[in-house]
Design a protein around this ligand. Structure first.
Ligand code: DSN
Length: 445
């Protein structure tokens, strides 16, 4: 009989097969390189290193210090930042640390609301942050852009300490200058500094690859991100910022200039303990990969693929929020396009090896479990080498599955479509196997 450990490795093998034989359309997922995997699976996981390079609370950190410094320097170079904190365990932790660095309990934070396309950690009532700070949510216009007039009106009315631009289901390029002008107007009125923060988790790789503006070059002081989406690193978070870099072990005044030091103190000891140095090493490896010229081509191809996919889907009758995309992400109104809900469509696509997620639309009536939309994107497929031709093939499969769903009526009715879905599954598998995933041994594909 297999031991517990054997079962884990068997399940990892099955996951390798699932990833190899299907296509990943979830816009927040990607595939890391073999070197990123190697760094993550290293002995660095054995080490405690609370504190920062040169200022640790444990001995034996001479190698870890050098690794963390490499990650910091590479992140600064990628985003043209004065400072980088590479310790956040996730994007959620990164966001929480920034709120904690700058705001006091009860302070107001203005962020895009979740239904409009914002993120859970931007003030959803179910989160810890929302119990500490007073979040006010701005919306999007009918064509899917930020409602800048609404943002300005709410800013002048609620006088936030922090304005946050960032999102999980948004396909436009934000006008950072416009938001900076709102913050300046607010400061002129109140005499108080306003922190401008951008959560660029979805598009950080596009920024690093030079195909999306960098908020730090448009008057924002802080940018948070996950490292595992378009940046193609390990699961984790980072915070890059502009300002004076001080000693993180010493208290400092709450001013915009001191933001880098306030953030360091908010990450450790404010909100986290020991950093995950094996993950930080993998971040350093990924950032070096992101600094290479090939990464610029990769980022440009992500956007090109997304635009082709959007056009092809529209030609086939899919209605897209925002009438297309300016980045890596598409939001499809599947209810309006084919009369089926997003969860049903997600389930049917899973059966053919195409993975995406059901997603609420800004004015959705379907609720969180039966939303009218699905969200998809091109970063993972582009890493595997799929190009414009494959995007057209993908759109056709999506149409066939949508029609099968419409004819089947509901999940139970899909049984009658087994033959058609089985045929599409074989076509998807054949194409997927032509594009190997980095880091997966050939015998596991
Ligand atoms: N869960 C991520 C996404 O899919 O967008 C955000 O944290």
């Amino acid at each position: 009989m297999a031991t517990q450990q054997d079962q884990v490795f068997e399940l990892i093998k099955q996951e390798q097969k699932r990833q190899s034989e299907g296509l990943e359309l979830i816009p927040s997922e990607n595939y890391v390189s073999e070197n990123v995997l190697k760094a993550m699976g290293s002995v660095l996981t054995n080490k405690y290193s609370e504190g920062y390079p040169g200022k640790r609370y444990y001995g034996g950190n001479e190698n870890v210090d050098k690794i963390e410094n490499l990650a910091i320097e590479r992140a600064k170079k990628l985003f043209h930042a004065d400072h980088a904190n590479v310790q956040p365990h996730s994007g959620a932790n990164a966001n929480e640390a920034v709120y904690f660095a700058w705001c006091k309990p009860g302070d107001t934070i203005l962020a895009m609301s979740l239904p409009a396309g914002g993120h859970l950690t931007h003030g959803s009532p179910v989160t810890r942050s929302a119990k500490i700070y007073n979040f006010v949510g701005y919306g999007v216009t009918e064509d899917g852009d930020i409602d800048y007039d609404d943002l300005e009106k709410l800013a002048l009315e609620h006088k936030p300490k922090l304005i946050l631009v960032g999102y999980s289901a948004f396909m436009k390029v934000p006008d950072f200058d416009r938001v900076k002008a709102v913050a300046d107007k607010l400061t002129a009125e109140t005499g108080e500094e306003v922190l401008l923060m951008a959560d660029m988790a979805h598009v950080a790789g596009l920024i690093a690859g030079g195909v999306h503006p960098n908020p730090l070059e448009h008057g924002f002081q802080v940018m948070t991100s996950t490292t595992h989406k378009t940046l193609r690193g390990p699961r984790g978070g980072i915070i890059v910022s502009m300002g004076k870099v001080g000693n993180p072990l010493k208290k400092c005044e709450r001013t915009l200039e001191n933001i880098p030091t306030l953030i360091d103190r908010a990450v450790f000891p404010g909100t986290q303990g020991g950093p995950l140095e094996h993950v930080i090493a993998a971040k350093a490896v990924a950032f070096e990969e992101d600094l290479q010229p090939e990464f610029h081509s990769y980022a440009a191809q992500i956007v090109k693929n997304a635009k082709v996919l959007a056009e092809e889907l529209q030609t086939l009758g899919f209605k897209l929020q925002g009438n297309g995309t300016e980045n890596h992400l598409l939001l499809v109104d599947i209810k309006d396009s084919f009369g089926i809900d997003g969860k049903f469509y997600e389930t049917a696509l899973d059966k053919v090896g195409l993975t995406l997620n059901a997603n609420a639309l800004p004015t959705d009536k379907g609720g969180a479990f039966r939303p009218s939309g699905v969200r998809l994107g091109t970063p993972a497929m582009t890493t595997r080498g799929l190009g414009e031709e494959e995007m057209k093939t993908l759109a056709k499969w999506m149409k066939r599955v949508a029609e099968a769903c419409a004819e089947a009526g509901d999940e139970a009715g899909l049984e009658t479509k087994n033959e058609e879905l089985g045929q599409i599954r074989e076509e998807v598998r054949a194409l997927a196997l032509r594009f190997p995933i980095p880091g997966i041994p050939a015998d596991a594909r």
